[in-house]
Design a protein around this ligand. Structure first.
Ligand code: ZN
Length: 200
């Protein structure tokens, strides 16, 4: 005999498929949702569907945005000759929060991981190379991938790919804790890592 109703079971099942949500959290969330006013639940569901339907990749930097070109790429006051390469949109947001970085970004949406079978063609690397050859003269590419094994592998790979083109390639300082996701690191540490970047 099932402990809960079929609908609750289905809800718990869907929720526990989300990253970071174990079965206990899924149960807690499911019961919370059931107890919420229907209008509120509907707003939440609508927000999820609308985000899914309307959010897309910026044509320039591939961050997630509502428009064809994101507000950062659109901004003339940003330095379009400096590109910071990050693994995902959350990392971009972490650097934006410091308010001190004035260049633009390139979002890879992942990192190279031979163990997980993720190769250079599975992330937005080709698009980065296209930007470098097509766009305005790029003076520096700052590689700000995580300091995990995957992040370091990706950084080395990109550096080898770009350097022959004569572009300056730097790597954020290793003050960032090894294996640490950039989004969990405080702004001061991020700034220090950026300012202390080294040539690759
Ligand atoms: Zn953009």
């Amino acid at each position: 005999m099932d402990l809960y109703s079929g609908y609750i079971n289905k809800l718990i099942d869907e929720l526990s498929g989300l990253p970071g949500i174990g079965s206990k959290s899924a149960q807690r969330l499911a019961f919370h949702l059931i107890s919420m006013p229907e209008a509120k639940v509907r707003r939440l569901a609508d927000a999820m569907v609308q985000a899914k339907q309307n959010v897309r990749y910026c044509r320039e930097c591939f961050t997630l945005t509502d428009d064809e070109i994101c507000p950062i790429c659109k901004n003339d006051r940003r330095d379009h000759t400096t590109i910071m390469v990050v693994e995902n949109t959350r990392d971009l947001a972490a650097y934006e929060k410091t308010g001190k970085y004035t260049g633009v970004y390139h979002v890879l949406h992942g990192a190279i991981s031979p163990m997980l079978g993720i190769g250079p063609h599975d992330i937005r690397l080709k698009e980065l190379m296209e930007r470098l050859s097509a766009g305005p003269q790029i003076r520096e590419v700052i590689i700000a991938t995580n300091s995990s094994l995957e992040g370091e592998t990706t950084a080395m790979y990109i550096s080898k790919l770009i350097k022959p083109a004569g572009v300056r390639v730097t790597r954020i300082a290793s003050g960032v804790p090894v294996g640490g996701d950039l989004e969990y690191i405080d702004e001061v540490t991020l700034l220090r890592a950026l300012e202390g970047r080294v040539e690759m």
